[in-house]
Design a protein around this ligand. Sequence first.
Ligand code: COA
Length: 372
Amino acid sequence: MYNVAITGTGVFTPSHIITNDELVAAFNAHADLYNAENEAEIAAGTVTAKPHSSSDFIVAASGIEQRYVLDKDGILDPARMFPKLAARPDDTPGFMAEIGVDAAQEALAAAGIDAADVDLVICAACNMERAYPAIAVEIQQLLGAGGFAFDMNVACSSATFGIQTASDMIRAGSIRRALVINPEICSAHLEWRDRDCHFIFGDVATATLLERDEDLTGPHFKVLSTRCATQFSNNIRNNNGYLRRTHDQMEDRRDMQFMQNGRKVFKEVLPLVSKHIADHLDDTGVPATDFARLWLHQANKTMNDYIGKKVLGRIPEPHEQPNILQDYANTSSAGSIIAFSQNSDDLAVGAKGLICSFGAGYSVGSVIVERA
Ligand code: COA
């Protein structure tokens, strides 16, 4: 068995920013349009009027202040309310491949590794822009990587599940280097017309380079242990899929975008994640007091505050549990990797930390690392 290290990470951040105030202004204009169009039905009680959204609510409920997206104009058009991305011909890189390659090249440059020396590319994300061929194979070709590539989807936990999958292959010796890439175009499957969730997501791509921990000269993080768990739940769900046409369900339907029962998710996921981390620490013999940093999934500030306190047994200092959700919003599987990528260089050799993501499935993945 070989040891595994994270030797580089990369983050692609889109150039369009939507602030809460811009988002709320567009939503409220959309709600006014909707209410005017349905005036008679609303008066008759057959249609419910759409209430306005509020920036104050969004910050208080989630901690999110803005989000990055690939296309701002389509989302903020009150008559449209979703991004407009021109379809690409088959001989042009797809959107996920393009942003994934950008993040991957940053991760490779950080480690000083040539793409040709990578044996495995995993594209791990909560949605794929097409059924096949795998996005990962397209990324492999665009990068000039060797070996093989495949896609995997474990929703918000895709990155940590990808890290465990790649780490296991490196440990076993079947590969030497892997890129786990998370292109998350969440703006395309968020329902921007639904006040309860329109503020939640943003777009980003992250990449993590994992290598056999042998003769490494540059700074890196040893992967001490990984753990994944799942438990079925319908509380975060998107029914869009390839059987849609067979069901004669091609119409604009609410359940073909992201749906969640936020309160239930809150109540059920927190104990699941807290227990998962506690068991992982118990079984590996790493006491929580050893952790210099927690890089948690970036869905909700209150959730992270709760988990941080549960894990450390006290309220973590801001530098011990860095949040990036105020700037990026929830970027699904990429969130904990952005937090890790942007807040890990300062750790001293020997410092330990925990990357943890959780979400739909339900799913939870944790990675214990040590600075070297
Ligand atoms: N603007 C103003 N008011 C809003 C609003 C908005 N955009 N959205 C909802 N409200 C209102 C609701 O109608 C409700 O009003 P009521 O009390 O009169 O019924 C009230 O605010 C509270 O709504 P609720 O949905 O219960 O809010 P919440 O405190 O649970 O926060 C989430 C909502 C989504 C932020 C929160 O549940 C959450 O973060 N859940 C975790 C799950 C998660 O983020 N998952 C993502 C995938 S991993």
